[in-house]
Design a protein around this ligand. Sequence first.
Ligand code: ADP
Ligand code: MG
Length: 686
Amino acid sequence: MRPDILNPIFAEITTLKGIGPRLAKPLERLKIARIKDLLYHFPSGWIYRKQVSLLSESDVGQNIIIRLVITDHRNSSRPRGPLRIFGSDSEGNYVTLTFFGRNGGWARKQLPVGEERVVSGKLERYGDELQIVHPDHMEKPGSKAQPALAEPVYPLSEGITSKRIGQLVADGLTRVPELGEWIEPSLLKTRGWSPWAQALAAVHSHDNSAHRDRLAYDELFSSQLAMQLVRQALDRRKGSSVAGDGRLVDKLKLPFELTDAQKRTISEIDGDLRQSRPMLRLLQGDVGSGKTVVALITLLKAVEAGMQGAMLAPTEILARQHYESLRQMLSGLPVNIAILTGRDKGKPRESTLMGLADGSIDILVGTHAIFQEAVQYKHLAVAIIDEQHRFGVSQRLMLSRKGAGVPHLLAMTATPIPRSLALANYGDMDTSQLDELPPGRTPVETLVMSEERLVQLVEGVGRHLASGGQAFWVCPLVEESASSDLAAAEQRAHQLSLRFGDKVALVHGRMKGPEKDAVMDKFAGGEAQLLVATTVIEVGVDVPNASLMIVEAADRFGLAQLHQLRGRVGRGAEKSRCVLVRSAQIGETAKARLALMRETNDGFRIAEEDLKLRGAGELLGVRQSGESPFNIASDEQIREMIGLAADDAKLLLERDGGLTGPRGAAARNALYLFERDAGVATLRSG
Ligand code: ADP
Ligand code: MG
């Protein structure tokens, strides 16, 4: 349960004064539901003002704050002309306050002749006059709402103003409780950071990166702490020591030698399996680096020890592909392998479930279905998770509840993750890297082409198909909406089929499993030669004869994603090409990103550089989904502070593993504040 002290800021935003149905919508669009969300809605910029007592002290073009006496109202002689209100400073110099349209009536009431007002706005020259058009503030001297020297500008949504958000924030800040400090005192000191509540208020009153860093650090720290707590809980639960005797692995007949990287990884995994402390290991290996065989050998070690292994794939297509390739590699060995996906129903499903429960099935491959409640294993010792982007801490925790002991876990990914983000997402895991591709691969040649040359491109594709080749045609990401993606893909498929007839097939994310499989089979079998697709082909999918890939609007993709896509070609003996089609007009950063794709095939380099380029601040289209688990910390802050946060969390747990001391108790608040409750839950159960 969340500590009571946090309740005031977890209260619904509607508990603040003056939030009616009219503000509810824009706030919802800004994802502000609770007071806490509002307080973490940080300004995106600032208006700076100069306080002057005389007009002569300021320059035209400046935002000023000045006290004026209102001397006259003057309607325009023209029908729809502006209302002009004159104000005089203490030396009798005048400025015209100008109001257009319906603002006039209201301004007249706000600025009665003879009264004093503190006015702020941008000073301009109009003919011989000084003027301020629609001042931002017109306050009675001494009233509460005086214009600030620095006024925050908030990210907005239609129907709410920055000023209104500022008022709500001010109100929200009065609900902020005093919380104990969870940051290591020495760190606080070296960084010059303020206590949490102060930093939170300061972020809304002036521009200072230290305050923002502190608040971002809080988030990084809580996530690292939660992760390490889950790990700590997992470590306390015993798994089974898996010591294979080699009787199956030695008999595997592979058509190739393992690479050194594969051998090293397998021995790292073997070392983990022999411990009763459950393995929690991330295997990173670029597309084509040969992760599947590492997975197979890991599974076989469980079977050698008389236990079971399971492998989870993110999609039905991939599950079937894995099942087929594992089955082939296992041919001749006394190993019983089965597949289970959401599509398996009735009798076959029943018999698979029986086989798992009585231990006659040694290895299970499948989709999420394989870890559902109803699936009982006799003795699951190893679980492998392939390309699971959304494999978060809570899923790791869930898996640990499966079966008698906690299974050893290996997560595999081809998504190159920069080091800082790996720590952010998988800081609790050990890592292995397949940093070497099997020999004999010819790197994919990458070209960048403007969309203006689409016609020539289609001709080129025509020649490729005519010579018996196959190709992927990936359609652009349109905003983040799946339905518009689909429309674009359908349209493109239609156009291409006018040219290439039934050589063209279309696959997209909205298709049902069997329908999708049918298309993929058609393509894999060579019946279809040009596969038009949305990004569903991103992972897996092995069609060695497809040696050409076109990616439309490539500048809208994340680089890691492009790299993944490109990995779909270059699987056969033939030289492969990837054509990145860019929009006609693109910025410098976008150009640099595409150039990087042309220059290197090294996924890790791409990921690191991409992160840096994005740090440059240009708007780069779709943020790569699922990669940052943070709402507050920016990519740059993650990069700079995540290591620190990991060490800090570790140190705290070494000193106070139960989080019972004063700093530990404060850290619990931080976990709740950032909704890393899974971390706290381990403390209660453990
Ligand atoms: P990924 O890491 O992308 O999952 P795969 O496991 O699918 O890669 O392997 C890609 C291809 O490389 C497969 O056809 C596989 O048989 C082959 N392969 C794997 N290891 C080696 C090796 N050591 N030498 C040669 N080919 C290999
Ligand atoms: Mg793979």
